[in-house]
Design a protein around this ligand. Structure first.
Ligand SMILES: *[C@@H]1O[C@H](CO)[C@@H](O)[C@H](O)[C@H]1NC(C)=O
Ligand SMILES: *[C@@H]1O[C@H](CO)[C@@H](O)[C@H](O)[C@H]1NC(C)=O
Length: 458
């Protein structure tokens, strides 16, 4: 009995020793002719799994400016594309080699103005992993709690970030992911303020920077129909468009039930049957690239972005494994691996996360949304739709603001409610991934964000 008690005590002791700790796997300099850029790689070991990150230190004085945390879409896609397609100091190029020596200086790196934290999030994407005893979240609410736990550990490891502005930057499904994260952080902060014994570091996001955000299934789905079947050039023929149209009413009906009455995994999966098209319909049958309608169609969808194959080769190279300090816990880096299947199997995307932003904006966090106008996967008009309906202190001003045309050195497009804490920007000639075509613009948004403002194009 005594021995058994001791064994279980030791076991419990060793488990607590190995969770909620930060393990640095490697600190390296990234040099592609752009000077030495310090990068710290590591894991945050949590109860439910192990989250991989790289912290790209801001260049020179920029390391004191602020912290930008980048999230990607999916659901379940890693954010590790961003540092290597222009946001980090060194990037891949279409005719280059997928190796560290093949990287070239990025012309407009975010790291000129801020520190950049990139995560293989959620657990199960990229180098993040779980053991068979660990059960990571498979929906964005539970995964947000895991990220909040990680952020607490990161803020304790680097106390300087407690005093710097923190910007939550996302792409695509990151509109849902980011809404959950921002609201979870706020909720836990408020709980900690009520609890005298809490050891929590209370830190709020200064700004949310959402690129082509999927944050409301309903408005994105009817907006998609509008841009692919009701706008010239139409992406599909009459037969396919009328099938979409037939499913649309049923889909929206089911999403409303989920929103207003009852939300279960089974009901979400049922809604998916009417709301989500097959990859063949999305990518093989349209006449153009759904992510950028001025480009030729791409199928399978990993061919839609030139860097996707190169990034996968780079991340899986022995050289990169060593550089990152990744050991043999995990065989292969996937852009969207097990995490994506877990989230899709739970139909996580049948939701309208934008509503979670109300208390976040009320508490003083700014929101800047930008959208490439050539995108038909998460179309601008769907984003404008939920922003026009999100209760918050700036809603009246936002609704009263006209859509203004913009033309300047950084871009041509539109802006609604410029110079405020809630702004929407539409970008001509940009698709789903604005960073790919308008790196100078996104860099400017970051530069201004860490100064405590939303970028104002006017
Ligand atoms: C990770 O957790 C999931 C359950 O969420 C499980 O199915 C899977 O096998 C685990 N992964 C590994 C490598 O054990
Ligand atoms: C529409 O496109 C689908 C898929 O390419 C094809 O099978 C069908 O025959 C087309 N219908 C018409 C009326 O052209």
């Amino acid at each position: 009995m005594v021995l058994a008690g001791l064994v279980s005590y030791l076991f419990a002791y060793s488990v607590t020793q190995h969770t909620n700790i930060l393990q640095i796997t490697n600190e390296r300099n990234l040099n592609c002719g752009a000077g030495d850029n310090k990068v710290t790689n590591g894991y945050v070991n949590l109860k439910n799994g192990n989250l991989f990150f790289s912290l790209f230190q801001g260049k020179g004085e920029a390391k004191h400016n602020g912290l930008v945390i980048q999230f990607e879409g999916g659901p379940g896609a890693t954010a590790f594309d961003y540092p290597f397609i222009g946001a980090g100091p060194c990037q891949l190029v279409p005719d280059g080699e997928p190796s560290l020596s093949g990287l070239v200086p990025a012309p407009y790196p975010w790291t000129d103005y801020a520190n950049l934290l990139v995560v293989d999030y959620p657990i199960g994407a990229g180098w993040s992993y779980n053991t068979s005893e660990q059960n990571p979240g498979s929906t964005s609410d539970t995964a947000a709690e895991e990220f909040d736990d990680s952020l607490q550990i990161i803020l304790k490891q680097w106390p300087k970030f407690q005093d710097q502005p923190i910007i939550l930057s996302t792409l695509s499904y990151g509109g849902t992911t980011g809404s959950h994260i921002a609201s979870t952080v706020l909720k836990r902060n408020n709980e900690a303020k009520e609890n005298f014994w809490s050891a929590r570091i209370i830190k709020q996001f200064d700004q949310l920077l959402f690129g082509n955000p999927f944050a409301d299934a309903m408005s994105e789905i009817y907006a998609q129909w509008d841009v692919v079947c009701n706008t010239e050039p139409k992406a599909y023929n009459e037969t396919i468009c009328s099938h979409f149209r037939d499913d649309l009413t049923k889909c929206l009906d089911k999403l409303r039930y989920l929103d207003e009455i009852e939300n279960t995994g089974e009901l979400r999966l049922d809604a998916m049957k009417y709301c989500v098209q097959t990859p063949e319909i999305r990518f093989e049958l349209p006449i153009y690239n759904r992510y950028h309608k001025s480009k030729p169609k791409c199928f399978p969808s990993n061919l839609c972005f030139w860097w996707m194959g190169m990034l996968t080769d780079l991340m899986n190279s022995q050289e990169m494994r060593e550089w990152l300090g990744v050991t043999n816990h995990i065989e292969r880096w996937w852009y969207a691996g097990p995490a994506m299947f877990r989230f899709i199997n739970n139909a996580d995307h049948m939701q309208n996360a934008y509503k979670l932003l109300q208390p976040v904006l009320e508490s003083g966090t700014r929101l800047l949304v930008y959208s490439g106008l050539e995108d038909t996967m998460v179309p601008y008009i769907g984003t404008e739709s939920w922003m026009n309906r999100l209760p918050n202190p700036y809603l009246k001003a936002f609704r009263e603001s006209e859509t203004q045309k913009v033309s300047n050195d950084l871009f041509r497009g539109t802006v609604i409610n410029p110079g405020s804490d809630l702004t929407l920007i539409g970008i001509d000639e940009a698709g789903h991934l604005v960073e790919e075509t308008h790196a100078a613009l996104t860099q400017e948004m970051i530069r201004v964000a860490v100064q405590g403002k939303n970028y104002n194009p006017i």
